[in-house]
Design a protein around this ligand. Structure first.
Ligand SMILES: Cc1cc2nc3c(=O)[nH]c(=O)nc-3n(C[C@H](O)[C@H](O)[C@H](O)COP(=O)(O)OP(=O)(O)OC[C@H]3O[C@@H](n4cnc5c(N)ncnc54)[C@H](O)[C@@H]3O)c2cc1C
Length: 355
């Protein structure tokens, strides 16, 4: 591909900041079309909020995204390919809604999919062959000679890039955008936190379900991680998510206090035996989801080659992140005059809740 790009660059050189679902799908789309793409990720691991934590080989927890659904035909097609490749499988766990001590089967039971053997499998698959700089937190963007340079926390400068795709939760995008006009838009998108507790038990917890939307409790969701396909079942591993409201109020609480409260709430809907786990940990997600419903897909300043994407622009969830990442790649392609895929009507991801 030889095209003239901003900054006098002959070929598109694209920096993608963030290796979550949206960044990786955008990076992969462009790399497959011949663009020179570098992905910058602040963490060691890939996948962002679609994460898997391994305490030891037998104890694993999807402590962020739990599963995903697929409604748009293009995404359904992608998911079918991932299933064929063994990266994704359907999770047929029994999902209920709990109020007090009563559990009801959910009325809506969409197909639920998970990465195999953990949610990060999808990111690892998308990242294959991509040029990724891990442990590299980008702290600044600069415009130099009509191209972009990005600077990491250690002061190292990378570039020039004809395009930058920022694929971050809205508050983190705001920090990087500084005084760019998009900052006013990203600042207006709040994201709620979520405390996640990971607990493992030697014996199987007696519950007639594998996942539950919980009401009237500090908890909003609990799931038996090892009921998902491809997980080790020698121990019973559970993920407990606090509700957004509870998490916001207890954002700065001591980690041990959070573990104790959420385990206590879990005991109330299961059995007192859960109070003696063989492993117990907690993770605080500062930016879990946005309560707003937007369908912008991506923000693009066109002329200067700066694109902002992320799940929060596209209805949230993994499916939203996928659509937003594809839209970001299409913005780059349009900008350099390569016909992008015809815009498809995208069905907004629908959030499951306990109702
Ligand atoms: C607790 C929880 C439960 C969820 N449950 C579900 C669910 O059941 N189903 C579902 O579909 N979705 C769920 N989600 C949402 C889902 O995880 C997200 O929609 C999706 O993973 C977002 O992908 P993304 O690429 O837009 O952002 P992210 O996954 O947040 O990726 C952003 C990446 O950017 C990196 N980054 C941030 N700042 C910088 C920087 N300055 N420099 C370099 N890198 C940086 C981050 O480390 C991260 O890897 C859940 C999320 C959470 C937290």
């Amino acid at each position: 591909m030889a095209v003239k790009c901003p900054g006098g660059l002959l070929n598109p050189r694209v920096a993608v900041i963030g290796a979550g679902m949206s960044g990786l799908i955008g990076a992969r789309t462009l790399a497959e079309l011949g663009c020179e793409v570098t992905v910058f990720e602040k963490s060691r691991g890939l996948g962002g909020r679609a994460a898997t934590r391994r305490a030891d080989p037998a104890l694993s927890f999807d402590h962020g995204a739990q599963y995903f659904t697929a409604r748009d035909p293009h995404f359904i097609q992608h998911v079918a390919t991932w299933i064929e490749q063994g990266i994704v499988a359907e999770w047929t766990g029994r999902i209920v809604r709990i109020e007090g001590t009563m559990a009801w089967p959910k009325i809506e039971q969409p197909r639920r999919y998970v990465g195999v053997p953990g949610m990060t499998a999808i990111a690892q698959h998308l990242a294959a062959d991509l040029h990724i700089r891990r442990d590299t937190r980008i702290v600044r963007l600069n415009r130099v000679d009509e191209a972009w340079q990005v600077t990491d926390a250690a002061g190292q400068v990378y570039g020039p890039f004809s395009h930058v795709i920022m694929s971050l939760p809205s508050p983190q995008a705001t920090d990087l955008l500084v005084d760019h006009a998009f900052a006013a838009e990203t600042r207006a998108i709040p994201m709620t936190p979520c405390w996640a507790v990971m607990a493992a038990f030697e014996r199987r917890i007696e519950a007639a379900w594998d996942g539950a939307f919980v009401h009237g409790s500090p908890l909003a969701w609990v799931a038996r991680n090892n009921s998902k396909p491809g997980r080790d079942s020698s121990n019973d591993c559970w993920v407990l998510h606090a509700s957004p409201d509870w998490s916001a109020v207890h954002l700065d609480d001591d980690r041990d206090a959070v573990k104790a409260t959420l385990l206590g709430a879990f005991a109330e809907i299961t059995a007192p035996s859960v109070l003696s786990p063989i492993h117990l940990d907690a993770h605080r997600w500062l930016y879990s989801a946005t309560p707003l419903v937007l369908d912008r897909l991506a923000l693009s300043d066109g002329g200067r080659g700066l694109i902002v994407c992320g799940d929060w622009l596209a209805g949230g969830r993994i499916e939203g992140a996928f659509h937003s990442g594809v839209a970001a790649a299409n913005c780059v392609l349009r900008h350099i005059g390569i016909p992008s895929e015809k815009q498809r009507p995208i069905r907004k991801p629908v959030r499951e809740n306990g109702s």
